[in-house]
Design a protein around this ligand. Structure first.
Ligand SMILES: Cc1ncc(COP(=O)(O)O)c(C=O)c1O
Length: 389
């Protein structure tokens, strides 16, 4: 498959990426803040019925937090460390939701002392910790969802609980003098089937009705993340996700629409980043081996973790794109045999590729730099440089 930058970036965006990339030594991530802004504005335009909480884990760079804050965005944090960096950017605590259901008591206490009042939960232990350390806070319960088969990066099993347990927890929240505020779910990251939101919203509706019968009026639905970035396989456009999700909400909630929030990560920053790597070695394993191994200076442990099981298939652009191509295996620079990005999925690589040539990993703004190891095999974490704004 031949991949062209034009399918992913405008001419001027691509020129700017290339021009800026020439200034730095590989490997590094280059993020165009103007594209982040554009992505945020698109989400706002297509989802006017929802408040946006950026999932900081996708890319926690202060440049991105500051930009999104200036645009009116809220923030979903996974840890007190993300909380501290978001607060350090000047974000007000009432714009932050603690979305991780796995939290130490001491961390909840710290978050509460900093002014956070919105917490996710999915277990009794966690709920009791919140009651003890963050009295009176707003609680939303995360439910289990379907969607594993159609998400590139599934998030089910580990998070969420059965709807019956969700109602138990919401009732317990009231008993513990917390405010049972709403329901959340995450249908899986890079979710290709928009129908998965339909199922999750129907279950949410059941929980709302059940709680109303118990005298509790829930006020909020958190639609999670899952909206797509542009990788190799096409997805529906964002507006289709938006119009379908709106329809599901209207079908189930009609006039009684609660507050809707969402936590996009990948879809806000994925498209804005290009990871630039360099070929270290090209090798064949025998005189007659068909496959070439292309070893790069970027790998699974310094930015490309989401190639795990070849889940995320980044569009790759080689400088020598005009030459004849053949299949190749793409691997990273460490002495770890897991450090292979693509072996089964066959990327077409130019035959004359040689050490020093650059390979551009498009749509790499999410879950790359923050996912890099700090010192594995001595390689430093992936650097990020910014353009735009
Ligand atoms: C709680 C929560 N919210 C939001 C997100 C962001 O999801 P996405 O990057 O698919 O938009 C994640 C991703 O792991 C998450 O765990």
């Amino acid at each position: 498959m031949k991949i062209s930058s034009e399918e992913y970036y405008s001419d001027s965006e691509w020129k700017l990426f290339k021009q800026e990339a020439a200034k730095y030594q590989t490997p590094f991530l280059l993020v165009n803040l103007d594209i982040v802004k554009k992505s945020y504005q698109e989400v706002e335009k297509f989802f006017p019925f929802s408040d946006v909480y950026y999932a900081v884990k996708a890319n926690p760079a202060s440049e991105i937090i500051t930009l999104l804050d200036s645009l009116g965005c809220n923030f979903d944090i996974a840890s007190i460390y993300e909380m501290e960096s978001v607060l350090a950017c000047g974000v007000k605590p009432d714009k932050i939701s603690f979305g991780n259901t796995i939290k130490k008591l001491s961390d909840i206490r710290l978050a509460y002392s900093k002014g956070l009042r919105l917490f996710a939960t999915d277990s009794e232990d966690d709920l009791r910790s919140i009651a003890a350390a963050a009295p009176g806070s707003n609680i939303y319960v995360r439910i289990l969802t379907e969607g594993t088969a159609t998400a590139d990066w599934p998030l089910s099993r580990k998070f969420g609980c059965h709807p019956d347990m969700a109602t138990d927890l919401l009732l317990l929240a009231r008993k513990l003098k917390l405010n049972p505020y709403g329901v959340s779910f995450h249908v899986g990251s890079q979710q290709r089937d928009v129908g998965t939101w339909d199922t999750a919203i129907s279950i949410t509706k059941y929980i709302f009705d059940y709680m109303a019968d118990e005298g509790i009026n829930l006020e909020m639905i958190n639609l999670g993340g899952g909206l797509p970035a542009n990788y190799i396989s096409q997805t529906n456009p964002l507006e289709v996700y938006a119009s379908e999700i709106k329809r599901y909400l209207e079908e189930d909630f009609g006039e009684n629409m609660p507050r809707i929030i969402m936590e996009p990560g990948r879809s806000l920053v994925g498209n804005a980043g290009v990871l630039i790597s360099e070929v270290v070695t090209v090798a064949r394993k025998s005189r007659v081996a068909v496959d070439r191994w292309i070893f790069l200076d970027a790998g699974k442990f310094n930015g490309l973790v989401e190639t795990w099981d070849e889940c995320i298939k980044y569009p790759l652009v080689c400088e020598k794109a005009d030459f004849t191509c053949e299949d190749g295996v793409l691997a990273g620079p460490t002495c770890d045999s897991q450090d292979i990005m693509y072996e089964h999925y066959r990327y077409r690589i130019p035959v004359n590729l040689c050490p020093g040539d650059r390979i551009y990993w498009l749509t790499a703004g999410a879950y790359t730099a923050s996912y890099a190891s700090v010192d594995f095999n001595g390689f430093p974490p992936l650097k990020t440089h910014f353009i735009g704004e």
